[in-house]
Design a protein around this ligand. Structure first.
Ligand code: NAD
Length: 488
């Protein structure tokens, strides 16, 4: 087993302060601590910005807006291409920071850097594609020209679970569209966003194109920004509860919004499934990021005919998961992000068990400090268990059995969320039918992973509004002006 010995380089190279046109301390001089979830020890102190700092960042973003909006498509693409190079050249340093502040394994953290760079590369390539059109009205009297324009300064709010890639998934299309932005990372994981901001500057983005505001009091920053008429859009990834608050505030000024909110993904295994595929993809859908993903399988719905075999094989894989220090190359599962995440996962396990669920696996966790939760498989989870309604956001699999396809679809849709679903079957007609019946923005068919830079990621129902990735993700940052003139 080779453990990475943390050099101080990764931490020492994090810029000090927050970013407007340049790095500076918070106006009140305040800082807050960032913790390593595997040791529970503080690893860095970053600027704790308040309302005045937020407005200073908006001053910078608004000041740069018209110059950046009139940059050529090629200039924007070139900046993003250089950012890809910067991200990949700093892969190990960024991966170490991600592991330090999130607690995800170093292997997954390296994957996140590549995934973030892929989003930036995709939007570098998309930036130069024209989005306007010229056409005639049906009666020929009107010549219609549509011009794609940047929406203007944006507020981008990201969650802690995928801090670099979620920043990249917002910043890259915003920059490609000609928008300037204030990025507000999650208070648990601000470090990678600070380095990301520095790398974008090194890639040639003019001052003010991207500002980064760190804070322990997010509402103190978002409130003044959402109330300021210079801000034109908010893009948020996080919980549905906070998304609702931001939507209400945005409504007052009729702001453009993109909302990537919570999920409660069903993972449906039909009795014609290839068992090996079902178990392999179940492990990916459940255990990627230790279950701390918005598209993580939250409810396993398994057909009676295959349920015993699936539970046995899946439980064996869950019991074999290596839990430990996320910096070790051999670790499969690190700690959850904080003590609240541990308490929630354990509460949902206890509730399900008290209501009659059968514990098939509850693997050991390391002694000592760290926010660890045991890989857990619960079978026969009763319909009234809280785990079927709430995002567990941890390595806990809740299994229910079904007998008919209609029952599986109804159970899959029995949630206020509608982000992702997974369907495991060898019957292509059934896959098409069930995918169409599931009320979600994305369906993985015989795959436990749906995210793709070229595809529209997003949800329906209370999982949000708008899409990230693909051409749809760029449209979130564009508005179309229509010019009318006499027909041809
Ligand atoms: P969260 O809603 O607590 O926090 C998300 C962000 O909002 C953070 O930056 C936080 O500082 C900020 N925030 C919190 N309260 C705020 C307020 N009152 N005003 C303004 N900003 C505020 O979510 P989290 O715990 O960081 O992330 C987990 C959630 O994110 C889960 O529900 C998960 O499903 C969701 N998520 C969704 C997607 C997606 O693409 N749909 C992707 C990743 C995570």
């Amino acid at each position: 087993m080779t453990a990475i010995v943390w050099g101080t380089d990764a931490l020492e190279s994090v810029p000090t302060g927050f970013l407007t046109t340049d790095w500076q301390p918070a106006a009140a001089g305040a800082t807050f601590d960032v913790f390593d979830p595997s040791t529970e020890r503080p690893i860095a102190a970053v600027a704790d910005c308040g309302p005045a700092d937020a407005l200073a960042a908006l001053d910078a973003a608004a000041g740069a807006a018209s110059t950046w909006a009139s940059s050529t498509l090629r200039e924007r693409a070139d900046v993003l291409h250089r950012l890809v190079d910067g991200l990949l050249a700093n892969n190990e340093r960024l991966a170490q920071l991600i592991t330090l502040e999130v607690g995800k394994t170093i292997r997954e953290a390296r994957g996140e850097v590549v995934y973030a760079a892929d989003y930036v590369r995709w939007y570098a390539e998309e930036a130069v594609r024209p989005h306007g059109r010229s056409t005639a009205s049906p009666d020929g009297r009107n010549h219609i020209v549509t011009v794609a324009e940047p929406v203007g300064p944006c507020l981008l709010i990201t969650p802690w679970n995928v801090p670099l890639a979620m920043a990249a998934r917002k910043v890259a299309p915003a920059v490609a569209a000609g928008c300037t932005a204030v990025l507000k990372p999650a208070e648990l994981t601000p470090l990678t966003s600070l380095v990301f901001g520095e790398l974008l500057r090194e890639a040639g983005a003019p001052p003010g194109v991207l500002c980064v505001v760190t804070t322990s009091k997010p509402a103190d920053v978002s409130g003044p920004l959402l109330a300021d008429p210079r801000l034109r859009k908010v893009s948020f990834t996080g919980s549905t509860a906070v998304g609702r608050i931001l939507l209400e505030q945005s409504g007052r000024r009729v702001l453009r919004t993109s909302m990537e909110l919570g999920g409660n993904a069903p993972f449906v295994v039909f009795d014609d499934a290839d068992l090996e595929v079902a178990v392999r993809e179940a492990m990916i859908a459940k255990m990627r990021l230790g279950g701390q993903s918005c598209v993580a399988a939250n409810r396993f719905l398994v057909a009676d005919g295959i349920a015993d075999a699936f539970v046995d094989a899946f439980a064996a894989r869950m019991a074999a998961v290596v839990v430990g220090n996320p910096a070790d190359e051999d670790t499969d599962l690190g700690p959850l992000v904080d003590h609240r995440a541990v308490e929630k996962a354990n509460r949902l396990i206890d509730d399900a068990v008290a209501k009659g669920a059968v514990v098939v696996v509850r693997a050991p966790i390391p002694d000592g400090p760290g926010h660890y939760v045991a890989p857990t498989v619960l079978d026969q989870v009763p319909a009234d268990a809280d785990i079927l309604r709430e995002e567990v956001f941890g390595p806990v699999a809740a299994i229910r059995r079904f007998s008919t396809e209609a029952e599986a679809v109804a159970a899959g849709n029995d949630t206020e969320h509608g982000l992702a679903a997974f369907v495991i079957t060898r019957d292509t007609e059934r896959a098409r039918r069930v995918s169409s019946g599931l009320q979600t923005g994305m369906v993985g068919i015989n795959r436990g992973l749906v995210s793709d830079v070229a595809a529209p990621f997003g949800g329906v129902k209370q999982s949000g509004l708008g899409r990230e990735g693909g051409p749809e993700g760029l449209h979130e940052y564009l508005q179309f002006k229509y010019l009318s003139s006499p027909g041809f």
